[in-house]
Design a protein around this ligand. Structure first.
Ligand code: KG4
Ligand code: ZN
Length: 355
């Protein structure tokens, strides 16, 4: 069983290796919509209210009882610390009460495991393009718990850029799905926008890192200019041009990275993996370069506890468990994942804030 409370979804799931037995998500979107973004304290309070019913429902729908549960996991990093603590404390309490192993799971490792849920034949090594509200990373997946970040964003994450552009166009929250829908009616070549490259000190540009804050500012300037000419904004063309720029920038980096590292599969994860523009561009480029590109079905793209449970099942099979003193961390590089687990001799996990 796994609990996921790192941001604004209260989720509980039960899996058997790569098979989902139940997956419950109580969305908090309505509670945050009035503020135009996630309010951390509101998220924590909502998790407190929604978690116990979600746990009960996960057990009912899976027809599994406590004695049949092998271990209990919760996302412990990265995320909103107050929100993470709700799920983490619940998982540890349940582990103590039912005398089960406890595991802390890195949220991004969970997103990688979403690809295993949708493609059970997938095995490392492969490249994961992780594009969510908090991350834009190219991760070399070597084995369970062993990851190397090859590229990342230097400022805004891809999903964050979608959310911020949606906000400046007064489209609502979360912005990604709204922009995606509008973009499908617009002209992607209506407005040329800067892709945002990361300069290297020795000259040239970083081949895998991205930067989206300049693009967001360019959309802002463009809207201000267009508004001077006419109060009626060409919203669908703006959405299509912005989406096209992001999709092309991500595709270029993912393909270059896979080819340079000799990886024949790119698995995409995170909320932005749902984006239709990214799907089209990356799928086409993959075919051109003879690479296997895996997009999880839309239901696996956003935060779910099933992906956390799938990662936990793999770690548990390998004998990895976390100490019950494990804390929540707002940030943690994915290369540090193995520091969440205690060694076979029982010595503590290094990434365990003492509390
Ligand atoms: O992975 P996720 O559910 O949560 C994080 O861990 O961040 O991703 C949420 C992000 C939001 O920024 C949302 O706007 C974006 O994913 N998103 C999309 C689409 N669906 C969700 N972005 C672009 N196109 C979409 N269709
Ligand atoms: Zn996520």
């Amino acid at each position: 069983m796994a609990i996921e409370t790192s941001c604004d979804e209260t989720a509980v799931a039960i899996v058997k290796n790569r098979e989902i037995l139940s997956s419950i998500v109580s969305s908090q979107i309505a509670a945050h919509q009035v503020y135009g973004g996630v309010v951390p304290e509101v998220a924590s309070r909502q998790h407190v209210e929604l978690l116990n019913p979600a746990i009960a429902q996960a057990l009912t729908e899976s027809h599994i009882s406590w004695p049949e549960i092998d271990g209990i996991a919760a996302t412990c990093a990265p995320g909103l610390v107050g929100a993470l603590l709700v799920g983490l404390t619940a998982a540890k309490t349940l582990a103590i009460v039912h005398d089960k192993p406890f595991l802390g799971i890195h949220h991004l490792e969970g997103h990688i495991y979403a690809s295993y849920l949708s493609s059970p034949d997938l095995e490392p090594p492969f490249l994961c393009l992780l594009v969510s509200g908090g991350h834009t990373s190219l991760i070399y997946v070597k084995a369970c718990g062993h990851y190397e970040t090859l590229g990342q964003t230097r400022d805004d994450a891809a999903g964050e850029a979608f959310d911020k552009v949606a906000r400046l166009l007064h489209l609502g929250y979360p912005g990604g799905p709204i922009i995606d829908k509008l973009a499908q009616q617009g002209n992607p070549n209506a407005f040329p926008l800067p892709e945002g490259q990361v300069s290297l000190p020795e000259g040239g540009f970083h081949p895998y890192d991205s930067s989206f804050s300049g693009l967001k500012t360019a959309v802002l300037r463009l809207t201000q200019k267009l508004q001077e000419a006419s109060p009626e904004l060409p919203v669908v063309d703006l959405a299509a041009s912005f989406q096209e720029t992001v999709a092309k920038a991500l595709t270029k980096r993912a393909i270059a990275c896979a080819l340079n590292y000799g990886l024949s599969t790119i698995a995409v994860g995170g909320g932005v993996a749902a984006n239709s523009g990214l799907r089209q561009h990356l799928q086409a480029a993959g075919e051109k370069h003879n690479l296997r590109v895996l997009f999880p079905p839309l239901k696996f793209c956003t935060d779910k506890a099933a992906m956390i449970a799938c990662a936990a099942a793999d770690h548990l099979t390998r004998g990895h468990t976390s100490p019950r003193s494990l804390g929540a961390l707002s940030r943690m590089p994915i290369s540090d994942v193995m520091q969440l687990y205690q060694k076979k001799d029982g010595s503590g996990a290094a990434k365990c804030p003492g509390w």
